[in-house]
Design a protein. Structure first.
Length: 367
């Protein structure tokens, strides 16, 4: 899997030279609805497109959190329009939708079993995030919901060919969305680091991400500056690179049903169980057999040093960024949601999630 990435302020100015390499005749622009204009992307891209001798068609007719029926509409559009380049600009759902459209236009197979066969050449894909947190621009998997069940489509050809991470598009992101996406990125980085699939490469990306995200997350929510936005955007990209190798663990595994059944934004859903698993995984008790205990404990010491606190008051921290307490939990049948956990992600957790652990998690959520 190979990707070119352009990071930092004004990196969108690299797009014209990137487009020259593809010489497109027809571009499909997959974008958000209101966010495309509000974040300044419409002005930025329009000034670039006006100098191109090509057609540009946009696709925005889909819900947040990619649904299978919306994906079908997108693939029909690809078959009708026959673009030679796709540009995705938006948040994680937008980029995931473009990744899924590009992939299933070229591949057939079983979405639930992740078994695919290529039938057509791939259309090049450029991903430009307008939020800082999902890491979708940097990963080879995409979320797809079918009948309220979350599936992760994973394949090397899901990864966008090019990522342009320009923080200017995040400057107007509201506080709550900044908190949700920013915490998602922080959780991704830490989950990649303690992951059973961690490698030296993923650890490098994860640590780089934590160092950028941890000191700046509260700031980006409560006192954002352009410099802080840039650091969060870069940190989110490296967190995405880390989970592209490892995938996520227990906090993400338990988060998806909260989004599917109660409409809770993904980052907030991750925040519900992250404090519990932070304490559990840092304890190093009942580590899985495949985990090297000495190496793991050494890594945890490094993580604690970066966070500068082993006993973080997560309730206070999450309250400061607007993610705790969660009022929607009042009517939430938590035990039902815990039964809907994503097993694939759960297996990556370094500590076994036994029935006892789930029972303790349930108590922590109810109380």
């Amino acid at each position: 899997m190979c990707q070119r990435a352009y990071l930092g302020k004004s990196s969108i100015l690299e797009l014209p030279s990137v487009l020259e390499q593809f010489v497109p005749k027809r571009i499909l622009l997959v974008r958000g609805k209101k966010s495309y204009e509000l974040c300044g992307a419409q002005v930025a891209l329009s000034s670039i497109f006006v100098n191109l001798e090509c057609q540009v068609l946009d696709f925005q007719d889909f819900k947040e959190n990619p649904q299978s029926e919306d994906l079908d509409k997108g693939i029909l559009l690809l078959e009708k329009y026959q673009p030679d380049l796709i540009i995705a600009i938006g948040g994680g759902s937008v980029i995931d939708m473009a990744k899924l459209m590009r992939f299933f236009y070229s591949y057939s197979g079983d979405k639930k079993k992740n078994i695919y066969q290529r039938k057509k050449p791939l259309i090049p894909l450029i991903a430009i995030p307008t939020t800082a947190g999902t890491g979708s621009e940097a990963t080879h998997f995409a979320v797809l919901y079918m009948e309220k069940v979350k599936y992760s489509v994973a394949h090397k050809d899901v990864l966008p060919d090019i990522a342009i991470v320009d923080p200017q598009f995040t400057f107007n992101v509201p506080k709550y969305l900044s908190a949700c996406t920013g915490f998602d990125a922080l959780a991704q980085a830490i989950e990649a680091y303690w992951n059973v699939n961690a490698t030296d490469e993923s650890d490098e990306y994860a640590i780089k991400a934590v160092k950028l995200l941890w000191p700046n997350l509260e700031l980006v929510v409560n006192a954002p500056t352009e410099d802080v936005r840039e650091k969060i955007s870069e940190g989110a990209y490296w967190a995405g690179r880390a989970i592209n190798i490892t995938k996520t663990t227990a906090p993400h595994a338990f988060s998806y049903p909260f989004t599917t059944y109660y409409g809770l934004p993904h980052g907030h859903a991750v925040a519900l169980t992250f404090p519990f698993f932070f304490q559990l995984n840092l304890s190093g008790i009942d580590l899985k057999k495949e985990v090297d205990k000495m190496k793991y404990n050494s890594k945890i010491e490094i993580l604690i040093e970066i966070l500068d606190n082993e006993n973080i008051d997560w309730k206070n921290y999450l309250d400061n960024i607007g993610l705790f307490p969660c009022k929607r939990m009042e009517d939430c049948k938590v035990s039902f949601l815990l039964d809907k956990v994503n097993i694939d992600r759960l297996t990556n957790n370094p500590v076994e999630c036994t029935d006892k652990v789930k029972s303790e998690l349930l108590k922590s959520l109810i109380n």
